[in-house]
Write a protein that binds this ligand. Sequence first.
Ligand SMILES: NC(=O)c1ccc[n+]([C@@H]2O[C@H](COP(=O)([O-])OP(=O)(O)OC[C@H]3O[C@@H](n4cnc5c(N)ncnc54)[C@H](O)[C@@H]3O)[C@@H](O)[C@H]2O)c1
Length: 310
Amino acid sequence: MKIGITGGAGFIGGHVADELEARGHEPVIFDHLGRSTSGHKVMLGDVRDDVAMAELAAHTDGIIHLAACLGTQETIRNPRPAAKTNVEGGLNFLEAITQYDIPGVYIGVGNHWMNNSYSISKTTIERFTDMFNRERGTRCNVVRLVNAYGPRQSVAPPFGPAKVRKITPAFVCRALTGQPIEIYGDGQQVSDMVHVTDGAKALVTALEKAAAGTVLDRVVEVGPAEHRTVNEVAQQVIQAAATLGFPAVPLIHLPMRPGEIPGATVTADTSTLPLVDMSADTLVPLETGIPDVVAWYTQHWLPSYQAGAA
Ligand SMILES: NC(=O)c1ccc[n+]([C@@H]2O[C@H](COP(=O)([O-])OP(=O)(O)OC[C@H]3O[C@@H](n4cnc5c(N)ncnc54)[C@H](O)[C@@H]3O)[C@@H](O)[C@H]2O)c1
């Protein structure tokens, strides 16, 4: 099938494109960025443009909707961009797949219950998806990911240009440059992690199920069965860097940022994984995923960072 991926130029989108290709599908990346991190060609388009979304639906056999304005604390002071991209863009996606009667998949967030602009706007479209499926005959499945990590995730300042600071690149870049790892709060909060390739598999299977006429009556949640605190994830990064010869760095604790909740737990209900033919024991374990991703940043990010810093 020819499958549109909105936000396909991003981190998860690149891995979804790889997974689609591996299964014999043809990915069509739709993004308002003119380039992609995965080397796929990009069709320039904006999800806030209902006509562009209808065009994408008219020329594809299904759409995986990933485009979003991200950031938990970044979107609190100015909720409008998240509302416009995530809510209006999400509605454009649902209208387009309904109009052209093609299957769709919507990606939700692990912290869907939190009241910040990002979670509220992302979860609003989960609720609209349920309404469209029930009332309009739409075929759209919802897959929520906990914190995704893996190769090619973009890096925020001072290490790179990304607007949103994501936990893994932030920890890895500091560990590889000999700087203390900054943790907001006491680090005892649980923010579970899923390897991006597992997320991509779940998203593509959910699309294939919708294409075969199966509209799942539950949201699929992708994340591990065993929970880890942020401190434990940081220690795994430090250990993985140490095995590559980087000296161990300390952890420093900073005040929590707006929107972060002390003691918060972001986990997945792994009983939903069989809905996409997966189970928690087949997911990439953090014990191998973190060393792999540290090695990836050592090879693909560190040399250019050091060249720029020199
Ligand atoms: N990264 C995570 O840990 C995580 C976890 C759960 C869910 N998600 C969801 O997965 C999706 C992708 O996240 P990601 O980590 O790959 O982010 P990303 O920032 O790497 O990718 C998002 C992509 O969307 C594109 N985009 C943004 N606004 C657009 C618009 N108006 N029109 C067209 N394209 C637009 C961006 O250019 C970018 O390429 C998002 O919906 C996010 O909410 C991410």
